[in-house]
Design a protein around this ligand. Sequence first.
Ligand SMILES: Cc1cc2nc3c(=O)[nH]c(=O)nc-3n(C[C@H](O)[C@H](O)[C@H](O)COP(=O)(O)OP(=O)(O)OC[C@H]3O[C@@H](n4cnc5c(N)ncnc54)[C@H](O)[C@@H]3O)c2cc1C
Length: 415
Amino acid sequence: MNPSERSLNLTVAVLGGGLQGCCIALALANRGQDVVLFDRQSDILTRTAVANEGKVHLGWMYAADPSMSTARVMIEGALAFAPFLERHLGASPESFTTSEPAAYAVHRESQHGVCEVKAYFAALHSLIAEASAGRRDDYFGRDLSLAPRQWSDVESLAAFDPSDVLAVFDTPEVAIDPIELASRLRAAVVAHPRIDMRLEHEVESASENRDGVTVATRMGEARRKERFDHVVNALWDGRIALDRTMGRDPGRAWIHRLKYGVSFTWPENRPRPPSVTFISGPFGEVVSYPDMTTYLTWYPSCVLDYSRAIVPPTWATHPDEPFRSKVVDDTISSLGAIVRALRRIEPDGLQDLRVKGGTIVAWGETDIDDPESELHKRYEIGVHSWGRYHSVDPGKLTMAPFFAEICADRIARIG
Ligand SMILES: Cc1cc2nc3c(=O)[nH]c(=O)nc-3n(C[C@H](O)[C@H](O)[C@H](O)COP(=O)(O)OP(=O)(O)OC[C@H]3O[C@@H](n4cnc5c(N)ncnc54)[C@H](O)[C@@H]3O)c2cc1C
């Protein structure tokens, strides 16, 4: 850490104890700032941060953005992820559980044909190779110089139903186990002497004053206003609403989507599916971890509600029965129609079966079945600052560590 960055002591409120808020809290505290971290829940890292499949995106998903702007942003975020963990958790990237690298499979109903996907992958590979040259350790020890290999027909036929899958490519993209990540991040935040946590605090508004920003919170019936040198809004699905209390309106459309994922321990002695993402459109993925944890999503079975309200409804993170079983059955049967290994899986009796959901916040008006939807382009995210108020839209888990460093540097610079 640069000693000049340490000398400035500010008190910063970080609003939201998800992945983004916790990364920002650590980045600030390790630069010598005092942090007060607010969340409405009784613990940090209980919401979207632990409801996702943990892909550290390198851009393979975004063939619908041939400008490569989304890919460029994701590559930058992905290459900053492991170094952040090393710097702020003191943990080697190899000590985190990462998935088998993902194959990308072009679905029969893909919005982009095999030739188009191949051309996009070739361009993407050049970008990744260039950005990662000499930085092998920065993406969990994976060799990003290797070009994506197309599977032979025999390989593809062994794993997938050929009527649904047109072509399959190996990529080096991995997912990081979000539960383990959250647990190690939580331990670091809780133990940090410069981070004070205010749990069960609902953040109601923020307002600028002469030399800082005032935050209004409510705990039970008790309301309180406090002034901070800087305030960082990392509220994810509460972010747009809080910005509005500061008089900042995005001036564009957004969609909140409720998405569930299904995870379980793969049964012993059964052939495992590869980690695979089906593109491009409303499909899904399988993420296989070496410890047999398997994570599934299938868009039509897992994306189950939408909201254009400024604050989305309080969606259940753990759905009740019979809804929960329906998500499990529909996801396994839909993916099982394509992925051979999943056909032999009976939902009853699966060990460690979990269905967990969270909100995905994104700009746009239409869903991803529209090839023109803004949801296919995810680069207009990041740290927006108005004086001493900073609003951080991570867009993806992938980007949270990268934006945390940007935000903490900016605050140190402003002073
Ligand atoms: C099913 C699913 C799969 C996903 N898969 C991936 C993936 O593979 N790769 C990827 O890069 N991204 C993925 N994402 C997106 C990623 O999870 C999110 O971008 C990221 O977790 C959001 O940031 P966060 O962790 O800070 O949000 P959260 O964990 O939701 O944190 C926000 C915090 O703010 C608190 N809060 C909100 N409003 C208030 C308020 N008014 N007062 C007090 N506290 C408040 C909440 O309690 C919460 O703790 C996925 C998302 C979902 C739902």
